[in-house]
Design a protein around this ligand. Structure first.
Ligand SMILES: NC(=O)c1ccc[n+]([C@@H]2O[C@H](COP(=O)([O-])OP(=O)(O)OC[C@H]3O[C@@H](n4cnc5c(N)ncnc54)[C@H](OP(=O)(O)O)[C@@H]3O)[C@@H](O)[C@H]2O)c1
Length: 374
């Protein structure tokens, strides 16, 4: 332990011991990346955080990059007086100096330590970044450390380097890559699993009947499911989810949150909100869905995302394409799920692949008549 390390920060964070919880994802509330700087009503966004706290939410996730510090400052303002009652998780960017980053975060968050310090993304050089996080933990700056946006291979390797407690990955009823390797691995290793984007960045609330046009400075402009064939597919499913939500006495947002909450191995569902009303709607999802509803959702999603089959012409053309495209096309047999294909590629230990990349490629191939739907 480093000289001057704090020893009075208590036992491991409570989120390690408890079951699923709905946490507050403070990216959108902090502004930045969700429209021009300060987009939306700042008072409403602050009220969202206060309301979450009043409603008993104890887990708050943020990052220095969210609104260039604005999200952390908001949490510092609102949570300051209740520091001991909440768990604050922040991050260190893959290219940032960990020590400088965490010191700046602690200043903005108005706290001497964070409960969880996560490496935001496991890019080249991630091992030494993680080791630096472990030193910061030993120095008392963080009660626990974790990884985000990493492969199952990196999670395994991380355990050899540092005592990571959590993994944070994207997870909602449409985006299910983590089910292949990362989520089961976290369960096996006893790591907390923090699920982000449970509402697919707002899409699953059902409020977009047509592909939305987001303003400048809104990261959702670049998200593929808000456009084209992927939007159409998801919208069809969302249309069918309404009856299931009603049966469960939930809104669509509540149903989407509850779906993630109900998945074995999920420790915290990190859901974003920009108003107190959104917080209330989302917190209704802090409950288990019936097995029948879960099965019905899975059937609807499975039907809408039936894998395509490469045509003979598609296979012939793919022979001259890049290794990654060839790998995908060779496995398009009308049965193998894209999540499996992506996980199989990732398991080779080179570049990771996610299902989104396959869906985008297959849509392009479909336009050229190189894949068919059985
Ligand atoms: N580790 C990572 O790389 C990473 C990446 C992304 C997110 N995260 C974490 O995960 C958290 C959640 O993800 P996210 O915020 O990107 O996506 P999300 O939780 O799927 O969507 C949140 C957005 O949906 C809309 N919304 C929420 N509740 C609603 C409701 N009841 N009715 C209508 N609209 C509603 C709001 O935006 P509008 O009001 O603008 O529609 C809100 O900002 C983030 O805050 C962050 O902490 C981590």
């Amino acid at each position: 332990m480093d000289a001057g390390a704090r020893t009075d920060i208590g036992p491991p964070p409570p989120f390690m011991a408890t079951g699923p919880a709905v946490g507050f994802g403070a990216w959108a509330a902090g502004g930045g990346g969700w429209g021009p700087p300060g987009a939306g009503d700042a008072a409403a966004r602050e009220a969202a955080v206060r309301h979450a706290l009043d409603r008993g939410v104890t887990f708050f996730d943020t990052a220095p990059s969210y609104g260039n510090g604005a999200s952390e400052m908001l949490l510092g303002r609102v949570l300051g007086g209740r520091r001991d009652a909440v768990t604050i998780a922040t991050k260190v960017g893959p290219r940032d100096d960990p020590q400088a980053s965490v010191e700046a975060s602690l200043g903005r968050l108005r706290t001497e330590y964070v409960d969880l310090l996560q490496l935001h993304e496991a890019l080249d050089g991630w091992e030494s970044q993680l080791e630096a996080l472990a030193h910061l933990q030993a120095a008392g700056k963080a009660r626990a450390i974790g990884l985000s946006n990493a492969t199952h291979l990196q999670i395994r390797r991380a355990r050899e380097l540092a005592p990571i407690a959590t993994y944070q990955g994207a997870y909602n009823l449409f985006d299910r890559d983590v089910e292949e390797r990362e989520l089961p691995l976290c369960r096996t290793l006893g790591l907390g699993f923090l699920a982000y984007r449970p509402l697919a960045s707002g899409l699953l609330t059902g409020k977009y009947a047509a592909p939305p046009v987001f303003g400048p400075g809104d990261h959702r402009r670049g998200i593929y499911w808000f456009q084209g064939a992927e939007f159409e597919r998801r919208w069809r499913v969302i249309g069918q989810l309404g009856a299931l939500a009603e049966r469960e006495g939930l809104t669509l947002a509540g149903l989407a949150v509850a779906w993630v909450y109900s998945q074995p191995g999920v420790t915290v569902v990190l859901v974003g909100a920009r108003s107190a009303e959104q917080v209330d709607e989302n917190l209704a999802g802090a409950r288990l869905l019936t097995p029948a509803t879960r099965a019905a959702i899975d059937r609807l999603v499975g039907e809408a995302f039936r894998p395509a089959r490469a045509t003979a012409e598609g296979r012939a053309q793919a022979v001259s394409w890049g290794e990654r495209e060839r790998f995908i096309v060779e496995r398009l047999d009308g049965r193998t799920r894209y999540e499996q294909i992506a996980a199989e590629w990732t398991a080779r230990g080179q570049q990771p692949m996610i299902t989104a990349q396959i869906r985008v490629l297959v849509d392009r191939l479909r336009d050229r008549g190189l894949v068919a739907q059985d």
